[in-house]
Unconditional design. Structure first.
Length: 180
């Protein structure tokens, strides 16, 4: 069984393939053919679980990587959310520009006196490092981390409207894509 994750960003398609055994790689060659004209240049994240072996029929439990995507209007602005759960972190993309935008790491830091309510630190990994980015990231990603057993969250933010009302609506959209 092989897992193929296809991430489309700014007209480029990134493909990742994970094989459970070398045997499967030998049995069948995997070729990804991408025709740029046929695929619209928008953020698109999907996870495809395919059987790569002709010789061994395997039943698969839940996929290794779970992902959900939705699009809703927030105060009249089209807003896309993609949530992907990995074993060690949650990846959330929240965009109103159809781009990943600023990439922020939101990690829980347990205090020595109370490990049940961790504080969260934010770090901009890629993009503009502005105070409002940290405020939005902490507000949007804290509940995700807490619901996911205090796993770190990697958050991609590209927002036109970061008002308090908009952020509340965005939290509901993220909740609707719950994969953790």
């Amino acid at each position: 069984m092989g897992i193929a994750a296809i991430i489309k960003y700014n007209g480029f398609l990134y493909c990742f393939v994970i094989f459970k055994s070398l045997k499967q790689l030998i049995y069948q060659c995997v070729i990804f053919q991408i025709i740029y004209v046929m695929i619209p240049a928008v953020l698109y994240l999907s996870v495809i679980v395919t059987s790569l072996s002709r010789f061994h029929k395997m039943s698969s439990p839940d996929p290794i990587i779970r992902s959900k995507q939705t699009e809703k209007n927030v105060n009249g602005i089209s807003t896309e959310v993609v949530c992907t759960a990995f074993s060690n972190y949650i990846f959330v993309v929240l965009t109103q520009y159809r781009k990943i935008g600023t990439l922020i790491s939101v990690t829980p830091e347990s205090r020595s006196n109370d490990i049940s309510t961790p504080s969260f630190s934010t770090k901009v990994l890629l993009g503009k490092d502005e105070p409002m980015t940290h405020v939005c990231a902490k507000n949007l990603a804290t509940f995700v981390s807490q619901e996911a057993g205090n796993r770190p969250v990697l958050l991609g933010l590209a927002l036109k409207d970061s008002s308090l009302d908009s952020v509340k609506q965005m939290k509901d959209i993220i909740r609707s894509c719950k994969v953790w």
